[in-house]
Write a protein that binds this ligand. Sequence first.
Ligand SMILES: [Fe+2]
Ligand SMILES: [Fe+2]
Length: 487
Amino acid sequence: MKIVKGRRFTESAIGLLSAAVFAAIFYIWGNELMPHSAGRSGQLFPFVGAVSLTLAVALFLAEWFGFAGREVRKVKLAARDFLLLFSLVLCLFFLAKTVMDVLPDVPAWNRHVPARCYVYLIPVTAFAMVVRMLLNSEVAILFTVAASVLSAAAASGRWPTLLFLLLCGTAGAARAGRIQDRYRALLAGVLTAPVCAIGAVALELAFHGPGDIFWAAIFGAANGLASGPMAIAILPVAEYVFGYASDIRLSELSGTGHPLLQRLMIEAPGTFHHSVIVGTLAEAGATAIGANPTLCRVAALFHDIGKVGMPGYFSENQAGIRNVHDLLSPSASRQLIISHVSEGVRMAEEYRLGDRIIEIIQQHHGTSVLYCFYDKAQRQLPNIDMSEETFRYPGPMPRSREAAILMLADSAEAATRSLRNPTPAEIEETVTGLVNRIHLDGQLNECDMTLRDFHAVSQVFVKVLTAISHTRVDYPEIGKGIMRPSL
Ligand SMILES: [Fe+2]
Ligand SMILES: [Fe+2]
């Protein structure tokens, strides 16, 4: 209840703040945007027009994004997403107004370039690319429509302006999927440039004749070419302020030079090795069903980071040492094991790993039961009716396909690690049984995976695990037999 109240308060604060900024802009530019809107009373109370226009814009944005958030499956907008989208719409609105007010007054240009051609420079392309890189394609389309409508109004443009902005925003967003490095972001801008240039020339030709198509082409192309560098500049700011993790940020995190991974490697080498294998499995699983492989691989590297402070309590780090859980009660063991999830979330927040990794860390065990300690507790206290529920992780359950794949990869790696020299058939039996068990326990009820996806993921896991377990060949000791040739 507290969380819901807090969220409502944040959303209200965001709404009020956005409304205040919009009202201020409308008030400053009121004469141009709504010259006749408030009539005689507007001259006495000029803020009335600004407030009325703000109300209309706020209603439009709230209805537009609110409706999509409720009804479109892949549009799940939290308060933070609303804040990002409203901020970007506001920035673009402001930039559109500035472009149209400032550039026509530049003395070197104003004799050659007609003022209307500057609409082709409104940077909706870069903003749509940023939304696609931080959220998803569905939200990018919604953003493009809302931002184009308001920016066209800010530029006092008619429907050709709106059409051009919609075209550029859509083209930019379409080319900004799965961008993992800056080079690809620049390339997306370069590929968008011809579309923007052709669109600008076509509209110029249709509505104003061939006189200024040169400027339309130059400005349209510049819009596309500048979108890559602009998106690269906006992205880290948005990531830092709002806590997002784009694919570019994920790629930067995947190097083992990150201080958290360094600690994991030194303090918990067993967990580090487990995380690398889980990453390989999860990446292959994500590729098989069209989920995000980079997110899966990087989240896997960090998923057990909470074990760093207490590596000896986890089986993968207990080789050659006594199992410390033999000395602890089942409930104490349960407490320690479960705490690696909350500790991992805390460390990920401290190192600003970004929302997508934090969510996966939080969800990677879902609400599954710690059966080994539950069984131990039942054996120790056979007369007490012990509920399975007390030995469950607190959750939440995986809510994305990537989180679900990671849960499956984590369990598959752990289950097959205990098999000694397994045959492919044994690996297949273990993985298939495990996926079915997790599915029947309801752990994957909140993610968007189909039965076909489960099948595809488990088949890929079997392939990868079989390859891993058969890459090491037992060589005879030197001097005791003939060395086998490498195969
Ligand atoms: Fe874990
Ligand atoms: Fe794990």
